[in-house]
Design a protein around this ligand. Structure first.
Ligand SMILES: Cc1cc2nc3c(=O)[nH]c(=O)nc-3n(C[C@H](O)[C@H](O)[C@H](O)COP(=O)(O)OP(=O)(O)OC[C@H]3O[C@@H](n4cnc5c(N)ncnc54)[C@H](O)[C@@H]3O)c2cc1C
Length: 323
C-alpha cells in the first residue's frame, strides 16, 4: 500500500452519521472513503420522522440523497463490509469482506447498532411496521389505535405511559417484566392501562393487525406491539483496535467525548454506534461533529509537519559552521 492511495479518512458505515461526516470532510477537501454494508437500522420503517425539512421521507430515499451529496464533494463510496482493521505505523488498514484492503490516516466508526429483539416468534417479521420501539418514531402513526406493550424490564412501564399519551387503548402484557411497584400499579390503574399477566408465546399478524398469543392460548388483538430491544453497537472493529465497549442497561456502545473522539488514538465514532438513543437528526449532527474534529486533528498534524519540514530545509541550506 503506497502513500499515493492513502485516504485521509476512512468512514465505516454510510448511514446518517457516516454520510454526514463524509460531507463535512469532503467539503474540507479531504480524501474520504465510506465503506457501507447498506443495512441502516431503520430500513424497515416507512418514513423517518422528527426530521426538519425532510419529515417522513423514506429512510432509503434519504440515504440515496445523502450518498449523492457526499459524492458531490469527492467522497468515494464503496458498498461492502469492513471485516478487519489493524494499525500499521501511523495508518489504519481496513480489510474488506470482498478481500481488498485500504488505508487511511484516521478512522470514523459510524457502524450503527443492531436491535436485538426479545425472543418471541413473529416479532422480526413485523419489526418497524407493527412491532415498534419508539414513541417518537412511530407514535403519531398509531395514535388512537390499540397498542400493546411487551413487558420485559422496568422500561416497559415507561413505554406504556409514553404510548398512553398517544392513545387511550394501551394493554401491558407483563410477559417477563418484574412486578411493578405500588406506585406504578396506581399509575397504570389511574390511566386505564390494562395489564395482562402471563408470558407471550408468539405474535401472528397479517400486516395490518397483530394477534398476541399467550402461553395459556389466550389471544389479544392489537394494531401495534411495542417492544424494548437491546441496542447493541456494532463495535467489532473498535474491539480489534483494543477499544473497550461500555455496557449500558439498554445494550452497549462505543464510549466517546463530545466530538466523537474515542480512547483509541486516531479513531472517532458517531451516531448509534456511540449514542444508543440517537435519532436520524442527532446521528447526522454527531457525524458532522466527528468530521469537523477529524479535520481539525489532521490540520494540527499537517501544520506541525510543515514547521518541521521548514526547519529541516533551513538547516540544510544554512548548516551550522563546522568547528
Ligand atoms: C424501526 C425503526 C424506525 C426508526 N424511525 C426513526 C424515525 O422515524 N426518526 C428518527 O430520527 N430515527 C428513527 N430511527 C432511528 C434511526 O434508525 C437511527 O437514528 C439512525 O439509523 C442512526 O444512524 P447511524 O448512521 O448511526 O446508523 P445506521 O443508519 O444504522 O447506519 C449504519 C450503517 O453502517 C453499516 N455498517 C455497519 N457495520 C459495518 C461494517 N463493518 N462495514 C461496513 N458497513 C457497516 C450498516 O450496514 C449501515 O448501513 C428508527 C429506528 C428503527 C429501528
Amino acid at each position: 500500500m503506497t502513500r499515493a492511495n492513502l485516504y485521509d479518512v476512512a468512514i465505516v458505515g454510510g448511514g446518517a452519521a457516516g454520510l454526514s461526516a463524509a460531507v463535512a470532510l469532503g467539503r474540507s477537501v479531504r480524501r474520504v472513503v465510506v465503506i457501507d454494508a447498506g443495512e441502516p437500522r431503520n430500513a424497515s420503517a416507512e418514513g423517518a420522522h422528527n426530521l426538519l425539512g425532510r419529515e417522513g421521507t423514506a429512510p432509503l430515499t434519504l440515504l440515496q440523497a445523502g450518498r449523492a451529496e457526499a459524492r458531490s464533494y469527492g467522497a468515494e463510496l464503496r458498498p461492502g463490509r469492513a471485516v478487519g482493521v489493524r494499525r500499521e505505523g501511523d495508518v489504519f488498514v481496513l480489510t474488506l469482506a470482498s478481500g481488498g484492503e485500504l488505508a487511511a490516516r484516521r478512522l470514523i466508526l459510524a457502524t450503527g447498532l443492531a436491535d436485538e429483539l426479545p425472543d418471541v416468534p413473529g416479532l422480526r417479521e413485523h419489526w418497524g411496521r407493527r412491532v415498534l420501539h419508539c414513541a417518537y418514531c412511530h407514535g403519531w402513526e398509531v395514535r388512537g389505535q390499540l397498542v400493546g406493550i411487551l413487558g420485559a424490564g422496568p422500561q416497559s412501564i415507561h413505554q406504556a405511559l409514553l404510548f398512553r399519551q398517544l392513545t387511550e387503548h394501551v394493554t401491558l402484557f407483563r410477559h417477563t417484566m418484574p412486578e411493578p411497584s405500588d406506585e406504578q400499579w396506581e399509575q397504570l390503574a389511574a390511566l386505564g392501562i390494562e395489564v395482562v399477566d402471563g408470558a407471550v408465546a408468539r405474535v401472528d399478524g397479517d400486516g395490518d393487525k397483530l394477534a398476541v398469543v399467550l402461553e395459556t392460548g389466550q389471544t389479544a388483538n392489537v394494531d401495534a406491539l411495542v417492544v424494548a430491544p437491546r441496542f447493541m453497537a456494532r463495535g467489532e472493529l473498535f474491539e480489534q483496535l483494543r477499544g473497550q465497549l461500555v455496557d449500558h442497561p439498554m445494550g452497549r456502545f462505543i464510549p466517546t467525548g463530545p466530538m466523537g473522539a474515542t480512547d483509541v488514538a486516531g479513531v472517532w465514532a458517531a451516531g448509534n454506534s456511540s449514542d444508543l438513543s440517537a435519532m436520524v437528526s442527532s446521528a447526522a449532527g454527531a457525524g458532522v461533529a466527528a468530521g469537523v474534529a477529524v479535520n481539525a486533528d489532521l490540520i494540527a498534524e499537517e501544520a506541525h509537519a510543515a514547521v518541521e519540514s521548514r526547519v529541516a530545509t533551513s538547516q540544510l541550506s544554512n548548516p551550522s559552521p563546522a568547528r
